[in-house]
Design a binder for this molecule. Structure first.
Ligand code: ACM
Length: 679
């Protein structure tokens, strides 16, 4: 037994660092970090008598969630827990966890998601205003499960938690590449695990219209290649999301990004058709006609149907990237603008939005759109979705509009978790007043779908989105990057338990790339590369379309190489002290890379698809060789020879060039090592 010293440590806001609890290092793996956590001495020891009782109003959502929580506990521990499906009749004699709620929550903006979790030696209580708060608490509880030599336990603590922002979203683009129902469902599970509460479903774009529409059936018939969600599937997904306390906000992007609509109904267009579904990427010309009454009749009927299908209060109308080319070229549109004193396309789109808003209002929907919809004359109950920068978010908040931020959370740009994590919807130096800050509702990570398939989408979303989820939930002061990465690794592993394939599909893709040979050398290589960043992939090599292969090394490669990140850390330590305890790991890693190319070349011989990375694999060998030489020199307090330094410049120059649209991520670290050994 631990001695109770009465010392409590407030972890929260200091965060995440290794907080000392009763002389032991705490190993909390919470993500997102709760608003307040007080660690106490002692533990609750989990055993096979563990049982749960719900006290307060509940329905199938809470019963399912409680059952699911117990199953995940059982799954991790192998314990045969006594309760099966939890219902109102579940009334164990000695419940070790008591759940108290006051009401059944509504899946809508601003719903109460707070909870308090108290763990003591003998008893656990989870109290929340709503069952949705209980769901959030269950996730925290599961993350607290810890292991010691005697088994499984929960650390004694008191957690009081609530979200910083009410809108914590993930957008999935199902238009550019269709994402089957099971992909959506497992990502909803991932969202719930990190307490996200808005699934923004990008359902229509130039490359595909993905919803069964009964009013205008050619939309899905002619606009989708047969890849669309039936209305029953949509209802099923909305119910699945609601069971996890997640809202579903559909996006129907108008008036641009509309080629798939026009392939079905060319009479909506601003230029004569016919149109076919777009296969390429980028900003396209086809745009709805804003001066044709038919456009508004069509959209009114369309939104009438969609307003019933999608129960959320908000409807996302897109509104982005209208290049105006078709509008400029259409004499009727130009005439209309003259007659109505509409000075430019921006104001013409404002006119268009006002007509759309009439329909949405009629069907009890509020409007949200990308920041292009921020135009004078629209009521302040619309939400501005800022993607081009923080500027529009700030301006709209100052003018009385609510907003959410996605700029800085574009996970399709293949940036680091750190980059996204440190991007704050309301940074410390915000010019907004306290009143204006309340209008910033939160943000959304955006998984644009051009370069992802159903096989790779999980690895693009996870685990980085968990860091973004923390940004939206936890206090602003929670921003220790090293600790975030430590917890992200654990979170990533836990997400796999929910069926997400971000880890599993890596091996599967490498197996396909090696044509079912030993994947080990390829893995060693792909572990240290990353896809090229931002949108450079569209500008290098082949032109991608919706039907291109997304199965190459660049697709298997993770957005962020944790091996390279760890190696950078080893290098820093080695330069500071070549005798540091991790020095051997650095030498071992370099030795593995030194030997790898020889093995990978044999695989490349039987798998031509890998030819494109052969020279980069050779560079990895050369870098390892050079790195070992530099490490040896540093250990012996010698300097590298001038000749070696000169040769290294050429190697670095070549090694940092992308090939096969991947970049070798250890080049800067080897450079540092060599520079240190050159001095
Ligand atoms: C966008 O990325 N065009 C909203």
């Amino acid at each position: 037994m631990q001695k109770h010293t009465g010392i409590c440590i407030i972890v929260s806001i200091l965060l995440g660092m290794n907080v000392v609890n009763g002389g032991q290092q705490n190993t909390l793996n919470l993500m997102p970090v709760p608003e307040e956590i007080v660690l106490k001495d002692g533990i609750f020891r989990l055993d096979e008598s563990f049982a749960l009782k719900i006290d307060g109003p509940a329905d199938s959502r809470l019963y399912q969630a409680a059952t699911g929580m117990l199953r995940r506990l059982a799954g991790r521990t192998g314990y045969f827990l006594p309760q099966d499906y939890i219902t109102a009749e579940s009334n164990p004699e000695h419940p070790q966890i008591i759940i108290k709620t006051s009401r059944i929550g509504e899946v809508k903006l601003f719903e109460d998601e707070s909870y308090s979790l108290t763990i003591t030696d003998k008893q656990i209580t989870l109290i929340a205003e709503t069952d949705i708060g209980v769901l959030r608490g269950f996730e925290t509880f599961l993350q607290l499960l810890s292991i010691d030599k005697d088994g499984y336990y929960f650390p004694n603590c008191i957690i009081n938690d609530k979200p910083r922002f009410p809108w914590r979203g993930l957008m999935i683009d199902a238009s550019r590449h269709f994402m089957p129902v099971d992909v959506i469902k497992r990502n909803l599970d991932g969202m719930a695990a990190v307490k996200m509460n808005v699934f923004h479903w990008h359902l229509a774009d130039d490359q595909g219209f993905r919803v069964e529409c009964k009013t205008w059936p050619k939309l899905h018939d002619l606009g989708s290649d047969g890849f669309y969600y039936t209305q029953n599937q949509i209802k099923d997904i909305i119910a699945y999301a609601a069971d996890r306390g997640i809202r579903v906000v559909p996006e129907f992007d108008v008036p641009a990004h509309a080629t798939s609509w026009l392939a079905a109904y060319p009479e909506l267009a601003s230029a004569p058709g016919p149109y076919t579904i777009e296969r390429g990427w980028g900003i396209k010309d086809p745009t709805m006609n804003p001066v044709n009454e038919f456009t508004y009749e069509f959209l009114d009927k369309f939104f009438a149907e969609m307003a019933v299908l999608f129960p959320d209060d908000y409807m996302h109308i897109g509104g982005d990237e209208n290049n105006g080319k078709q509008w400029n070229a259409n004499p009727e549109i130009q005439q209309f603008m003259k007659e109505n004193d509409i000075p430019d396309n921006h104001m013409l789109q404002a006119y268009f939005n006002k007509q759309i808003l009439k329909s949405l209002t009629k069907y009890n929907k509020k409007m949200i759109g990308w920041d292009e919809i921020f135009q004078p004359g629209l009521p302040t109950n619309i939400v501005i979705h800022s993607w081009r920068g923080q500027k529009s978010l700030i301006e709209s908040a100052q003018k009385g509009y609510m907003g959410i931020l996605s700029n800085g959370y574009y996970i399709d740009l293949i940036q680091s978790a750190e980059y996204h994590y440190l991007n704050d919807p309301i940074p410390e130096d915000t010019p907004l007043s306290a009143e204006e800050q309340k209008r910033i509702l939160g943000g959304e990570a955006t998984s644009w779908g051009e370069l992802v398939s159903y096989e790779t989408v999980d690895s693009r979303i996870w685990p980085r989105t968990a860091a973004i989820a923390e940004r939206f939930w936890s206090p602003r002061s929670v921003k220790n990057v090293d600790d975030m990465y430590r917890r992200l690794d654990v979170t990533s592993f836990h997400l796999e338990e929910l069926g997400l394939l971000h880890m599993n599909n890596y091996d599967m893709m490498l197996r396909r790339l090696t044509n079912n040979h030993n994947i080990s050398p390829l893995k060693t290589f792909v572990d240290v590369v990353e896809p090229v960043k931002i949108y450079t992939r569209h500008r290098q090599g082949k032109i991608y379309t919706s039907y291109s292969p997304y199965t190459r090394v660049v697709d298997a490669a993770r957005p962020e190489s944790m091996t390279a990140r760890h190696f950078a850390d080893l290098v820093e330590k080695y330069i500071a002290d070549p005798k540091n305890p991790d020095a051997a790991e650095l030498i071992l890693q370099l030795s593995v890379w030194l030997e790898n190319h020889r093995q990978l070349v044999e695989i490349i011989k039987v798998s031509p698809v890998l030819k494109e990375i052969e020279s980069m694999s050779a560079d990895l060998e050369a870098l390892a060789d050079l790195g070992l030489e530099a490490a040896k020199a540093l250990a012996k307090h010698k300097t590298l020879k001038k000749k070696a330094l000169k040769a290294s410049d050429v190697l670095f120059e070549n090694a940092q060039k992308p090939r096969g649209q991947v970049e070798l991520m250890i080049v800067p670290s080897i450079r540092k090592l060599v520079a240190a050994a050159g001095n």
